[in-house]
Design a protein around this ligand. Structure first.
Ligand code: HPA
Length: 271
């Protein structure tokens, strides 16, 4: 049995065998969404091979259960490239998600904005991304499946569902391009000017490897940023992880509204 199948069996033994439909990966300071799910929480430490996800502002638990009548798996912590130097650290969790039956995954993150119309406390739906790091979680993957097409990687139908849900909730959900910067240091103002020139709207230290891995595994994917600050050189606040954690919950409240509304409208349609 593969490692992901073994872990999926372990999770199903604790949380029930009904197939999961959607995965949610929670970014820094966005953890309270896990508490909204009625289900079973399993510490990553009980899931051999899961990342330690030790960054503060993350709660390294997998919660499997119901949100608005839809079976979801919520990853309370993610592994960032900057923790270990491994861009594929989220591969096993995503393989497990697939083995649990998921059709799709929504990644969330905290991000800095480079757009005057997207302010701290706002959400941004990723229309696309720029892999500013040059890293790739599929380096070393031996099969032909590694040549993953990334056109429409951010699933148009899932994005349309999320936009409609946001509209219905009166939550602004502008779309924009997210640039992945490796971190863990924040960007310099010159780097932000460069990323802006290259077409980025928001910048952050995660999500892109997960989008690549999800597409590799055949999971449909969307991602939402909770903007915690204007990017370096564009705002007056001092950028810090403390500030990120303090600001992210503003977006989390909106995120929960949008996700709940989207799931409520789902019925038996594909996500
Ligand atoms: N840059 C990178 N990552 C971030 C930022 C930022 O400005 N804000 C929150 N996460």
């Amino acid at each position: 049995m593969s490692k992901s199948a073994e872990l999926a069996a372990l999770i199903q033994a604790r949380a029930g065998a009904a197939p999961v439909r959607l995965g949610l990966i929670l970014g820094s300071g966005l953890g309270h969404l896990a508490a909204a799910v009625q289900g079973v929480a399993i510490d990553y430490a009980d899931l051999p091979g899961f990342p330690h996800a030790a960054v503060s502002g993350h709660d390294p638990k997998l919660v499997v259960g119901d949100l608005e009548g839809v079976r979801v798996a919520v990853f309370g912590g993610r592994a960032h490239y900057y923790e270990t130097g491994n861009p594929a650290a989220m591969r096993l969790p995503l393989e497990v998600l697939k083995a649990l039956g998921a059709e799709a995954v929504i990644a969330t993150n905290a991000a800095g904005s480079m757009r005057a119309d997207i302010r701290p406390g706002d959400l941004m739906l990723l229309s696309d991304h720029i892999n500013f790091s040059g890293l790739n979680p599929l380096i070393g993957e031996p099969t032909e499946a590694r040549f993953v097409p990334m056109t429409d990687a951010h699933d148009p139908a899932l994005r349309a569902r999320l936009r409609a849900a946001a509209d219905a909730e009166g939550v602004a959900l502008p779309e924009g391009v997210y640039a992945w910067y490796s971190g863990p240091s924040f960007e310099t103002p010159a780097e932000i000017r460069a990323i802006r020139l290259l077409g980025g709207d928001a910048v952050g230290m995660s999500t892109v490897p997960e989008v690549i891995l999800a597409r590799f595994l055949g999971l449909r994917v969307a991602a939402i940023s909770s903007v915690t600050n204007m990017a370096a050189g564009l705002g007056t606040e001092r950028i810090s992880h403390e500030h990120t954690k303090a600001m992210a919950p503003l977006g989390a409240v909106k995120l929960e509204k949008v996700l709940r509304r989207m799931l409520r409208g789902l019925g038996n349609d594909p996500i």
